[in-house]
Unconditional design. Structure first.
Length: 542
């Protein structure tokens, strides 16, 4: 049962919309249902398409997957879900020769210094696409004729440059825009998130503002904790506490003498959850910053219990890439026991573009024969499973079998430049890093997996995600620090995003002693103090 404003936002086809909604209100589901409605009814008529632009790779992938599940692959083929950088790259790839300084066809993208026409940075993509839209009429016109509707997800985090890209592309056009956002989750100010972007968008695009009030994600106890924070942060968005009925959900505050005791207790708690049937991917450990260092003791404790954990800071964006998913699924199928989901995903991609049943049968047989051969080979005495070069040779054969056109077709960002090649190189490097842990390919794949590993990530990386069980590690003044008192509002928003990721169970920890990690650079206080304000929201809700 949808809220009235959600139903209105889905069925609105002619006017621009701004949807303001808190955590758990179903923002992503609203966009998926709206795409399904537009495509099924023909209100987005063939051959026109729907464009969705998200802030993060996994959010873009999640939305695309939801639309495919709702309306099927054929209609979902007209739904393009990109990050801002991927959307900008598509424009640059399609119109690069129209740039004032045209890029090479095999240009690279990296974090270093920009050196056109051979290489650029990710930030250059947005500025170059704006240049194209400003200077080339056909770029802007082609975009507007392609997309009848545009979705803007997690829009509160968009930067001024990203907003300028949207404005240059679609202001005063017939394309209908739907933006969804929550000012309480605006935690990317440090990365240049534009202040008051919703009001600016509403004014510039004459958009109608609709507010969603319900939280469909969290259990009642967790919702009451969130509502206490909302009463302080944004009183007009808070609801009457008596309207949140029920005692479902669990909130705990755990105090430890030191980080090792904390790690041991949490590893045991996570082990218990797993034994009770909770999926590893539904357990998240959130930290304020530098998860790979801050959660080191917990990672070691989990490893000692044979529990795979994944550092999302390094892996989240990589494994959301379709070509990386394909490679990892291939390795699971040939190296590990019983991988039906991986096999299904692999075969779906392998059969892309095959039109007849007869050709499909031949292609399917060819792929199955290859997989059987490689299964035998990786189990033979001549194969060295801990050597990354052995796996690289097999991966190369597999990609050659899939063919370049199919691989390039997995994402528009692979169609120009070296992006796909760079991702494949990063994949083998990540695999090599994980193989050095124990030399076991299946364990390495689990640690890289979104499905088979407990996820350890910063609160910023967790935005837009949800989990059955959430642990926020180190609710301490030394972790949730601020340069000046006026930063407290930003800090509250960060903590609010963290607690609102949990659906049923939330654990908050703090310790008296947290030794400085060996690799940490900068100031560090071993002796810690509890962040009393943040913990009070939990203590009032237990």
């Amino acid at each position: 049962m949808l809220e009235l404003n959600a139903e209105k936002a889905i069925r609105e086809i002619g006017n621009n919309i701004a949807v303001i909604a808190g955590p758990g209100a179903g923002k992503t589901e609203l966009l998926a249902q709206k795409a399904d409605f537009l495509l099924r009814t023909g209100l987005c008529p063939y051959p026109r398409r729907i464009l969705a632009v998200s802030f993060k790779i996994d959010a873009a992938k999640n939305l695309k997957d939801r639309v495919r599940l709702r309306c099927g692959a054929q209609l979902a083929a007209r739904f393009d879900s990109f990050t801002f950088h991927a959307f900008a790259k598509q424009l640059v790839d399609n119109y690069r020769i129209a740039l004032c300084e045209p890029l090479n066809s095999d240009y690279s993208i990296g974090p270093g210094k920009s050196s056109p026409p051979a290489s650029i940075t990710f930030d250059d993509l947005v500025s170059l696409s704006i240049e194209l839209l400003e200077e080339n009429y056909y770029t802007c016109s082609g975009l507007q004729q392609t997309y009848s509707h545009v979705f803007l997800d997690e829009f509160q985090d968009a930067t001024e440059a990203q907003y300028s890209l949207v404005k240059e592309a679609f202001e005063d056009s017939e394309s209908v825009l739907t933006a969804v956002a929550d000012s309480k989750q605006r935690i990317m100010a440090w990365a240049g998130a534009m202040d008051r972007i919703l009001q600016t968008y509403t004014d510039d695009f004459s958009a109608e503002a609709l507010t969603l009030f319900q939280n469909y994600r969290s259990a009642p106890k967790l919702r009451r904790m969130q509502n206490r924070m909302i009463q302080l942060m944004e009183p007009e968005s808070a609801i009457d506490p008596t309207d949140i009925q029920g005692e479902e959900g669990l909130i705990e505050v755990l105090h430890f003498s030191n980080a090792n005791a904390e790690a041991a207790c949490l590893a045991e708690r996570i082990s218990t959850w797993l034994k009770r049937g909770v999926s590893p991917s539904q357990i998240a450990v959130l930290v304020r910053q530098q998860s790979e260092l801050f959660a080191g003791a917990l990672t070691d404790s989990l490893s000692s219990k044979g529990i795979a954990s994944r550092n999302e800071q390094k892996r989240q964006d990589l494994t959301a890439e379709p070509v990386v998913t394909l490679v990892l699924d291939f390795l699971r199928v040939i190296a590990c026991q019983s991988q039906p989901s991986a096999y299904e995903r692999l075969m779906r991609i392998a059969l892309l573009g095959v039109l007849s049943d007869e050709a499909s049968d031949r292609r399917s047989s060819q792929i199955q024969h290859f997989l059987a051969e490689q299964r035998c080979y990786v189990r033979s005495a001549s194969f060295e499973p801990s050597d990354i070069l052995s796996w690289e040779r097999i991966i190369d054969k597999f990609l050659e079998l899939i063919t370049e056109p199919v691989l390039v077709g997995l994402s528009t960002t692979y169609q120009q430049g070296l992006r796909m090649r760079e991702l494949l190189k990063e994949t083998t490097e990540s695999l090599q890093e994980e193989l050095t842990v124990d030399g076991n390919i299946c364990n390495a794949l689990d640690r890289l997996s979104e499905i088979n590993a407990v996820r350890i990530l910063t609160i910023h990386k967790a935005k837009g995600l949800e989990f059955e069980k959430v642990i926020i590690l180190g609710v301490e003044n030394e972790s949730f620090w601020m340069k000046k008192k006026s930063d407290i509002d930003e800090l509250r928003r960060v903590f609010f995003v963290g607690i609102s990721r949990a659906k049923h169970e939330l654990l908050l920890t703090y310790t008296d002693l947290r030794p400085k990690p060996n690799a940490f650079q900068g100031l560090w206080k071993d002796h810690r103090t509890p962040q009393k304000e943040f913990l009070s929201y939990a203590n009032q809700s237990i």
